[in-house]
Write a protein of this length. Structure first.
Lengths: 552, 371
């Protein structure tokens, strides 16, 4: 860090492709993560389109069952590890240093490395479709003994999971170190923007559970290739052991995919309601409670394996308990909107849809938490509907909201609001047409992961597929909006949104290549830290009035 | 690659009119056992609780979205944090949850109580069929999908019970407590009959149990509910619930058939007789992987047509079919099929398609190679 350089005159990036290969700049790496997530989104999304096309009517039309299983497996693995997680890491790279007034991430070279591992893993996963026997087809949950039966692409998948895990762990270490050590002077932990808090907790979850996943897939690897019998009863092992280890990773993973979303929504709602978040402290505590509880509920994914009654009861009660902190979050968001002064730009539209639709996913989660009901609904389309409500209208909609919200800061231009609204309405409506009928399919008894189904399921599947095609096509609009916004558009102010609070809005738009090189730059904006209670937020540029919207 | 060719070739079929049969079913199936009824009621209770909360919370939110707009001239009130409100919205959901957990706990304890059954059936999952073994009666048979391939491949109109029909259903008496012991031979399967409220994973190498007591005579259909490979969608479960007298009659008929089969095992068969029988056994047990044309699926399932095994020594061929190939999807058929069926299917494989060994394998040869 060179004190003689003002942020605006910092070192510029080198040109050409090597800029992106060698970059250690948090903004460049954030951009790489986000573009990677975008590309993988369209790859895994195309697979979903094929799945919905095959399920458009009963009978086998487009793909054979083994190809169908490859499509569902890859769709799941790529959407989780290649889209949602990298997109959130992209947000963390861009926003965490900007929000806490740090010049960059704590370990810039490791940051470069943790990104560039991802395309390698993705190439293994996608490339394995070309291998003899095709890609991995045992479901994203990789249950043995089915997973043991597969060919070479299954080993490649294990390798890819290891690489993605290493990338996530390095990313998490970087984020934790940055947040704990590089906050601007005066920014205490309880003054952190909520997005930073949620990512801090998420990063701890990642460090706790990614090694568990690595252990589980390593045991698969040695069972497959080196004659061990961890999961083979004939050698003294137990197939259910894998499920315990996998879901000990898998349930915290669910919160890894949603906690940063909570952070983004908690940033956007106050901006467009033009009033502070209702309960900052209770939001932090609720997030931490959800994270801790997430380690105690794994076996609710396993209610049909034949757990003893005591275990079923424990995991049912613990799972139901999660509804309490999640409810606190939803109530907080609604209270934040109450008596605000709301406008509905695209980020706000997606954020409001998130609150409403994520809650539907929460309710179906509560239904599934009841062990007796889960025994009817386990491995049916009801579960498919449930996790798409929390991951598409939850995690993905929050990513959309975040992209629209920060695009002006990233590009220096306002995006096309009309196209953005079209994208929102088409997505929100077709999403419900796509996934709501799947609740009915599951209740009526349609298992998941099947390429063909009984005639009683035909109508809702057809509706669902039509919704799916519209949803898929609508996402091209997002790409158009982003490209248009990068190439031009109305100039964005430093504070692009009237109600936006936080340090990232004190730097010009687009954010200079280097920001907050001197600690006192942040400090200047931090004083006075607290604007007058009850007063309207000032739209004044350059005179920051407190960096955390949570602070009145 | 073949799969992708099929994909493009059949893309046009997508727009053919589908079958008219459908149900628009919105809820769980009509319960036909006490447990299924409790599950049904529990689901209804939670559903209405959730709907109630949804209406209250989002009623408030949509009211705010409408009234507290900037466009409507509403200025923001900068209030935040209120301990009383926050304690209330933590405590009230907790109490609602306790109210929901109480009935759920009762049902769990009832579901787990497999004591004092009237009848015990051992169910074994195979890729991709079920085996039913009446432990007290010595009756054991396989249950395989009965829907013809032509219907699945859209070459024939689909029947009423498309994909939910089997050759030999599980038969149980009405009103009796049936304990189901579950295991699997290869990978994890799950035995699920929605109307009876029973779903239990079948785990290879372990025995799990569950139970049901059917309340009414009838036919109840379900499917495998755990991804088990290629034909996961094609291993349905059919339970036929009969009156006590009909059940007894069925059982007697079953035992007579078993005795007849045991008698014919010592007999020598002609080549054509074995081939004809073997073709049926092949279609039910082998065609899913090795394909009806014996060509297999390159890279996944090896071909039988022209294979070294099918054209090589008979002993090697019989042993592969009897004992399977450990570590692959090739199952051991010795425990599943009779000597006659095994002899027939081996004979068929050695004399079908391009394979023309002209050899008939007799049941006695198979029996000699059983360990």
């Amino acid at each position: 860090m060179q004190a003689t350089h003002a942020p605006e005159h910092g070192h510029g990036p080198p040109g050409g492709l090597m800029r992106w290969v060698t970059t250690t700049n948090h903004k460049d790496i954030g951009t790489l993560y986000l573009w990677f997530a975008g590309v993988m989104f369209f790859v895994a999304g195309s697979m979903a389109m094929l799945i919905r096309a095959e399920l458009f009517q009963p009978g086998l039309q487009l793909v054979q069952p083994e190809v169908f299983n490859q499509l569902t497996t890859l769709h799941g693995l790529i959407m989780i590890f290649g889209v949602i997680m990298p997109a959130f890491t992209g947000f963390a790279n861009w926003q965490v240093p900007l929000m806490i007034g740090a010049p960059d991430m704590a370990f810039p070279r490791m940051n470069n490395w943790s990104f560039w591992l991802l395309p390698v893993a993705a190439a293994f996963l996608v490339g394995s479709t070309l291998l003899p026997g095709g890609a991995v087809a045992g479901g994203w949950t990789m249950y043995p003994p089915l997973f043991i039966q597969g060919g070479i692409s299954y080993d490649l998948t294990i390798f890819a999971v290891h690489i993605m895990g290493a990338s996530s762990i390095m990313g998490a270490i970087n984020i934790i170190t940055t947040i704990l050590n590089m906050r601007a002077p005066g920014m205490g932990m309880m003054k952190l923007p909520l997005f930073v808090w949620t990512w801090l907790i998420t990063a701890f979850l990642l460090i706790a559970v990614m090694p568990v996943l690595a252990g589980a897939v390593t045991m698969l690897l040695t069972d497959r290739n080196f004659g061990t019998h961890f999961f083979d009863a004939a050698g003294g092992g137990d197939p259910v052991l894998f499920q315990h280890v996998f879901w000990f990773f898998g349930h915290p993973e669910v919160y890894i995919l949603i906690l940063p979303a909570f952070g983004i929504i908690s940033t956007i709602l106050p901006t467009f309601a033009r009033k502070p978040l209702f309960g900052y402290a209770s939001m932090v505590y609720a997030t931490a409670s959800i994270a801790i509880l997430s380690f105690l509920v794994w076996a609710h994914h396993m209610f049909t394996v034949g757990l003893p009654a005591g275990a079923q009861l424990f995991f049912m009660y613990a799972t139901m308990l999660i509804a309490v902190p999640t409810g606190v979050k939803v109530f907080n968001w609604v209270a934040t909107l109450w008596r605000g002064s709301m406008t509905f730009e695209t980020p706000m539209l997606f954020a409001v849809a998130f609150v409403c639709l994520f809650t539907i996913g929460g309710f179906s989660g509560l239904v599934l938490a009841m062990a007796p009901v889960d025994i009817q609904l386990h491995d049916t389309y009801y579960v498919v509907a449930h996790f798409h409500y929390v991951l598409v209208s939850g995690a993905l909609f929050s990513i959309y909201a975040g992209v629209y919200y920060w695009l002006p800061k990233w590009t220096g231009h306002m995006y096309d609001e009309r196209l953005g609204r079209w994208h929102f309405w088409l997505s929100a409506i077709s999403f419900n047409v796509l996934f709501f009928p799947q609740h009915f399919l599951g209740l009526a008894g349609m298992p998941r992961r099947i390429p063909d189904y009984a005639l009683q399921f035909a109508d809702f599947n057809r509706i669902s597929s039509i919704g799916g095609f519209v949803f898929g096509a609508s996402q091209i609009l997002l790409l158009i909006v982003i490209v248009k916004c990068i190439r031009g558009g109305a100039r964005a102010e430093a504070r692009a949104w009237e109600g936006a609070q936080g340090l990232e809005w004190t730097v010009p738009s687009p954010a200079p290549y280097h920001t907050f090189l001197e600690p006192d730059v942040a400090e200047r904006h931090l004083s006075p830290p607290l604007p007058q209670a009850g007063g309207p937020p000032s739209g004044d540029e350059g005179r920051g009035e407190g960096y955390a919207p949570e602070l009145r | 690659m073949k799969a992708f060719r099929t994909l493009w070739a059949s893309a046009g079929l997508l727009w053919l009119p589908g079958p008219a049969l459908s149900a628009w079913q919105l809820n769980l199936p009509v319960p036909r056992s006490e447990i299924a009824r409790q599950i049904h009621d529990l689901h209804t209770l939670i559903l209405w609780v959730c709907v109630g909360i949804f209406v209250v919370v989002f009623g408030v939110m949509f009211y705010a979205l409408w009234r507290h707009r900037k466009a409507a001239g509403h200025a923001a009130r900068h209030f935040h944090e209120n301990t009383a409100v926050e304690v209330a919205w933590t405590a009230i959901p907790f109490l609602i949850l306790v109210g929901m957990a109480w009935p759920a706990t009762r049902t769990i304890l009832a579901q787990k109580d497999t004591s004092d059954p009237d009848l015990t059936v051992k169910v074994t999952g195979y890729q991709w069929k079920w085996e039913y073994d009446y432990l007290q009666e010595g009756v054991k048979y396989l249950s395989v999908l009965a829907t013809p391939r032509e219907q699945i491949e859209n070459r024939a109109a689909k029947g009423e019970h498309y994909l939910l029909e089997v050759d030999e259903p599980l038969v149980v008496p009405v009103g009796r407590k049936v304990r189901v012991l579950l295991t699997a031979n290869d990978v994890i399967h799950a035995w699920w009959v929605p109307a009876l409220g029973v779903k239990q994973d079948a785990i290879p190498g372990f025995i799990r149990d569950t139970w049901f007591r059917a309340a009414a005579v009838g036919t109840y259909r379900g499917q495998c509910a755990e991804l088990c490979g290629r034909d996961h969608a094609f291993m349905p479960i059919v339970v036929e619930v009969k009156s006590e007298a009909d059940y007894r009659a069925w059982l007697a008929d079953r035992k007579a058939k078993l005795a007849a089969a045991a008698a014919e095992a010592g007999k020598a068969f002609g080549l054509d007789e074995l081939k004809a029988r073997g073709e049926k056994v092949y279609a039910a047990n082998c065609a899913a992987c090795h394909q009806p044309d014996g060509k297999g699926i390159p890279g996944v399932f090896p071909a039988v047509d022209g294979s070294k095994v099918a054209l090589g020594p008979r002993q090697g061929h019989i042993e592969v079919v009897l004992h399977g190939r450990p570590g692959t999807a090739m199952a051991a058929f010795g425990p599943q099929l009779s000597d006659v069926d095994l002899a027939a299917v081996v004979t068929y494989q050695r004399n079908a398609w391009g394979n023309r060994t002209g050899e008939a394998v007799q049941p006695a040869e198979v029996r000699a190679l059983r360990k």
